[in-house]
Design a protein. Structure first.
Length: 408
């Protein structure tokens, strides 16, 4: 299938894709460019989630983007570039955010390889809420990653999936003074899935996680093994769950002042800690004629800009109601609990609650309008304080219907 296009710029992209993604089977290569635009205006009663003297702001965000797809019989290349300009009603929090990523995939009859890479520059106001929780300052955050993976069908009933991701995260100037530290993260996983029946699937997954702060002060290694089960009761009802065990080892290097025969001097002291625990997931979804509901729970180990790994429990309930084919109501409830795994690096453990209803209207095939409200509350468990905020906004999105899914 070859999608026609016009214009010198589109032809230049196509020639570049021909060079990057040659089609080994000799068939034609199909291309597609997909521009997008999101314009959002919102009011936030407490942008930086302060416990006292909340900082209320209006925010205007404009996000143009461009996606690209080139696909042949066995090779496919997907890429995207986006820029977001965030402007607040007062000075001090404005940011210019960038993201660029690309994924190439190669498939054979029973196997598929992929390699993804990307770069993101954004603000800690958007990225730290459900990780370190440190959103009291607006700092730049930079992330680079590479992620290869391999999937294969051993037979008609058994599949294997192996993946790896290497990430480097850095923060802007002054990050350490607010408790944020850059880190390197390696994640590797392997899973084996067996289709026991048309409605039942059993899976076994092993995961490794290696976390290092950029100055090597904190090192954490996490290993987990879990067993999962998925069942489709019908075309409108599904259930999935997994349960496993994990072990996390953490070491912390600190300089302490000691007295020797010649006087005082700093020496390195390394402390070690080992913790065992559980990992789990649960997902239950059902659809009615006009309503859909999804209840999900996950206990997982996640990285943190606070210089440590966290155990995060996240419970979500999402409900959608379709008034008309182009008009729908959506509501979500979120509870997130983050706890430091070890006793070596102490950060602020916290709970976060959020209630977020919204109205979605597809104005035309390519344009949509969304109005939304959310209430959020952050409780600091080892401190006698909390912060809360309310957010009200409207966004307009231009996202033309694409044929990217049909290119391969």
């Amino acid at each position: 299938m070859r999608i026609p296009f016009h214009g010198r710029r589109a032809r230049s992209w196509a020639l570049l894709a021909l060079f990057v993604v040659p089609d080994p089977a000799g068939a034609g290569v199909a291309y597609e460019l997909s521009p997008s635009l999101v314009v959002r205006e919102e009011y936030n009663s407490n942008v930086t989630l302060r416990s006292s003297n909340p900082d209320a702001r209006f925010q205007t965000a404009v996000r143009p983007g461009l996606g690209f797809t080139a696909a042949g019989k066995q090779l496919r290349l997907d890429g995207g570039l986006a820029y977001t300009a965030r402007r607040y009603s007062q000075q001090g929090l404005d940011s210019n955010d960038w993201s660029a990523q690309a994924t190439t995939q190669y498939r054979q009859k029973t196997q598929q390889w992929s390699l993804g890479a990307g770069f993101t520059q954004d603000s800690t106001l958007q990225t730290e809420l459900l990780t370190s929780g440190l959103v009291q300052s607006s700092l730049k955050r930079f992330e680079r990653f590479a992620a290869p993976s391999w999937q294969a069908a051993i037979n008609d009933l058994t599949t294997v999936d192996v993946n790896y991701r290497y990430s480097i995260v850095d923060y802007g100037q002054g990050a350490s003074s607010v408790g944020l530290f850059g880190y390197r993260l390696q994640q590797a996983g392997a899973s084996l899935a067996y289709l026991a029946s048309p409605a039942d699937r059993i899976s076994l997954r092993s995961s490794l996680l290696y976390y290092r702060t950029r100055d090597e002060t904190t090192k954490s290694d996490d290993r987990s093994l879990s067993l999962g089960y998925d069942h489709e009761f019908s075309s409108v009802t599904r259930f999935g769950a997994s349960l496993g065990i994990r072990q996390t080892e953490t070491s912390l290097r600190q300089q302490i002042l000691v007295f020797t025969g010649g006087g005082f001097q700093f020496v390195d002291q390394v402390s070690h800690n080992r913790k065992n625990g559980a990992v789990a997931t649960l997902d239950l979804a059902h659809s009615w004629r006009q309503t859909s509901a999804d209840l999900a729970y996950e206990r997982a180990i996640q990285q943190s800009g606070g210089g440590n790994l966290l155990q995060n429990d996240r419970l979500t309930l999402s409900v959608g109601y379709r008034l008309q084919p182009v008009l729908s109501l959506q509501t979500s409830l979120l509870f997130s609990r983050s706890r430091d795994i070890g006793d070596l690096v102490r950060t602020t453990d916290y709970d976060y609650y959020q209630f977020a209803p919204s109205v979605y209207w597809r104005v035309t095939r390519d344009w949509s309008l969304r109005t939304y409200y959310s209430y959020g509350r952050q409780n600091y468990t080892n401190q006698s304080r909390h912060a809360q905020r309310q957010l009200l906004g409207v966004s307009v999105t231009y996202s033309p219907v694409t044929r990217a899914g049909q290119l391969w």
